[in-house]
Design a protein around this ligand. Structure first.
Ligand code: SF4
Ligand code: SF4
Length: 436
């Protein structure tokens, strides 16, 4: 190993993550809210195909730079399956060539699932790929924005892809973006994903799309397609209520897992809710590395791995400053917030508001985050306590039901002028004992 690699390694986290875009922004669909399609403009005249030589260079450097026994390659786009299967066959072969003894290699691939075939799924199954499928809910909600280049709906094609994944028993999770069309249908969307798509792993990604022509993170307006902070908070609260009563331990919703980690006192494991960021980078089809998938823009280009080793780009002062800025730019309003331990101000790309006292840097989703994280405090405390006592957190469903039964009983016994048993601080007659 070169001295340069050793030097950079010594001052940098043992692991980092790169989202690799072998076909750049090229996609067979034209989802209206997609933040990445516009990145095509950064590479005029390009064929948007990662060359085999570059693939080998990347696999070698990426493995060499990690100091952990498990290395995950994340393939993204655009639509990565547009590279064709042979590209991924080669990738797997190269991973085996360069992996160190005892090292485990994982592959994740995010796809719209519309062009999957039996052959793709056999390959995924054989090599243990974890597939992320983008789907926004039942047909009408999904088809509002997820359309193809001809503006045609895609729901049936996505569901056909899901059927193939299930037929071949490929492990998959679902990524659902929340936007103006589906955000008011939380339980409908959640039940659809759980019962009809049949997934046990769900990520909800809020669409906060800037209104500008550059496609960069600039300007303070958001498009009408964006979810509002209030909608986002309500959506999460309602899905949580459904989940906590019957699905804990059966269905894994990323933001609920992240929250539980915070209540237990562990790290979030998701950059958005970490104190600092900077270890989730993006690499374009030509080897250009950027600070983050959401900052693929010239000002955040760190360099190209054919000129500067990946480890040096990750460990560069520019990238470290990017990661620290997440923490150092937090407004006082966040520093004093009761849920900062879990929220940490959210992703910098969404910090486009001013605080009530006029300080810049408040997250567009703040109202939703605050509502949601306060809403789940009691069940999270219960789950954290169960975990600490080495009992399954799924016990929360039973404990909450018992608490609710007991509360109902106290309600029936409360005097009209006594404090309401719900803990609101108001008299019973002015609260739960009042006229409906
Ligand atoms: S900018 Fe946002 S998405 Fe990117 S690494 Fe930081 S927290 Fe994560
Ligand atoms: S909930 Fe709002 S105020 Fe609190 S840390 Fe998050 S963004 Fe900041």
């Amino acid at each position: 190993m070169s001295q340069a690699v050793e030097r950079v390694r010594s001052g940098y986290p043992a692991a980092f993550h790169v989202m690799t875009k072998p076909r750049g922004a090229i996609c067979n669909l034209d989802c209206e809210y997609c933040y990445f399609l516009s990145k095509e403009m950064l590479y005029p005249g390009s064929r948007f195909r990662m060359a085999n030589e570059l693939l080998e260079e990347y696999v070698r450097q990426y493995i060499e730079a990690q100091r952990v026994p498990e290395v995950t390659f994340a393939w993204q786009g655009g639509e990565p399956t547009l590279m064709g299967l042979d590209f991924f066959r080669l990738a797997v072969k190269l991973q085996q060539k360069y992996r160190r003894p005892g090292m485990r290699i994982l592959n994740t691939l995010q796809t719209n699932a519309t062009i999957l075939t039996d052959e793709w799924c056999e390959f995924f199954r054989e090599h243990g790929f974890l597939i992320g499928v983008s789907i926004d809910g039942p047909r009408e909600l999904h088809d509002t924005y997820r359309v193809d280049k001809g503006g045609k709906p895609t729901f049936d094609r996505v569901m056909a892809g899901v059927s193939l994944l299930r037929k071949h028993r490929v492990e998959f999770n679902v990524l659902t973006t929340l936007h103006a069309a589906n955000a008011n249908h939380p339980v409908e969307v959640y039940r659809f994903l759980r019962d009809e798509v049949g997934t046990a792993f769900v990520q909800f990604i809020p669409i906060v799309e800037r209104e500008n022509d550059s496609g960069f993170q600039e300007g303070e307006e958001v498009t009408e397609r964006s979810v509002t902070a209030r909608q986002y908070g309500e959506f999460l609260c309602e899905v949580f209520e459904e989940w906590v009563r019957r699905d804990v331990g059966r269905v894994f919703v990323q933001i609920f897992d992240v929250a539980l980690a915070a209540w237990v006192g562990e790290r979030a494991g998701l950059c958005i809710f970490e104190r600092t960021c900077g270890t989730a980078l993006a690499m374009e089809h030509n080897g250009d590395v950027y600070s983050c998938d959401h900052y693929v823009e010239p000002a955040y280009r760190l360099g190209n791995i054919t000129q500067i080793p990946l480890i040096q780009l990750v460990g560069s002062e520019k990238q470290r400053a990017f990661g620290r800025a997440k923490r150092d730019s937090l407004p006082r309003y966040c520093l004093e917030c009761e849920v900062r331990f879990v929220c940490n101000g959210g992703c910098p790309k969404d910090r486009i508001l001013q605080t009530p006292d006029g300080e810049p840097g408040l997250n567009y989703l703040c109202e939703g985050y605050r509502r949601f994280f306060n809403h789940i405090d009691r069940p999270m405390r219960i789950m954290a306590s169960e975990l600490r006592q080495r009992r399954p957190p799924a016990n929360v469903s039973r404990i909450l039901s018992e608490e609710e039964r007991e509360l109902q009983q106290r309600m029936t016994q409360a005097g009209r002028n006594e404090p309401c048993p719900c803990g609101s601080g108001r008299k019973y007659k002015k609260c739960h004992g009042g006229a409906p």
